[in-house]
Design a protein around this ligand. Structure first.
Ligand code: MG
Length: 273
């Protein structure tokens, strides 16, 4: 009998294991139906018939040298190849330029062509200009506006102080970040933003304020923060009723901040069971 090379055997075993791991098991073998009901649900404790969560492929984390990959169910907003998902002004082609896979601020604010909301997870990466120029609000200023109107500040606050409610990771005008987690200018930094969008009554009053959780470079800087309104300069912002979906806007504040690897996942009620 012909001998099978050891490598082939390993490959066959790995393949068999992989196939087996993907086979769904009948629900009745997964859990229990003779346990108490979980209050407020139709499901028993450890109920095997409770719907299984959707299977997705998670992304890959970025490094300083290379942007990562988005989760399989994300909408990729900026992948370094083109800026087709972005617009300048009312509905013009995006004026920002791509340089070495990153979009460089210049030519006014840009916004997504599509609208998102009310609830979503947004991933953003940016790098501050180097060498650093200017001070306080004049150093590497940009911003991520949710629904086109609520700004999470982007600023170079590495060895650069400014008013706390205008720091990197601040909900501008309202809430400073819990800590200053800035990296030096030139290095890639990340925001991971969990947004529960605001809801409005039919008469335009606020039914539910927006809630934001923000991680800056993996560190929590906004922890389930209630947003008190819009984020204008030198004013207390109010809410103005708007649709439950809106664009993501990136700010041109006159500094050549770079952006890369933006993606968004809408958080769907249908995923909740
Ligand atoms: Mg700004």
């Amino acid at each position: 009998m012909k001998k099978i090379p050891p490598f082939t055997l390993v490959a066959l075993c790995a393949s068999a294991f992989s196939l087996h791991a993907q086979e769904p098991k009948p629900a009745k073998h997964l859990g229990y139906q003779d346990t108490p009901l979980i209050p407020g649900t139709q499901w028993h404790v450890h109920d095997g018939e409770r719907p299984q969560p959707r299977v997705i492929t998670p992304g890959e984390a970025s490094t300083q040298d290379k942007p990562g990959a988005a989760p399989s169910d994300a909408v990729v907003l900026m992948d370094g190849k083109d800026l087709s998902k972005w617009r300048s002004g009312k509905d013009e082609a995006c004026k920002w330029k791509l340089e070495e896979g990153a979009a460089v601020v210049g030519g006014g604010d840009i916004h997504t062509a599509d609208n998102f909301g009310p609830d979503f997870q947004l991933h953003v990466e940016w790098a501050e200009p180097t060498p650093a120029k200017g001070e306080s609000q004049g150093r590497g200023n940009s911003g991520v506006f949710l629904f086109g109107r609520y700004e999470i500040q982007v600023l170079d606050c590495y060895e650069n102080q400014t008013y706390p409610d205008g720091q990197t990771g601040a909900i501008y005008t309202q809430k400073p970040p819990l800590v200053n987690a800035c990296r030096p200018p030139g290095q890639w930094q990340t925001y991971d933003i969990l947004c529960e969008g605001p809801h409005f009554n039919s008469d335009g009053t606020v039914a539910k304020k927006m809630i934001l959780t923000v991680l800056h470079n993996g560190v929590v800087v906004q922890n389930h923060t209630e947003v008190t309104g819009e984020t204008p300069h030198k004013q207390v912002g109010k809410y103005h009723a708007h649709p439950e979906q809106g664009p993501i806007r990136l700010q041109d504040h006159g500094n050549p901040v770079r952006f890369r690897n933006l993606w968004i996942r809408e958080l769907k009620k249908s995923d909740e069971t």
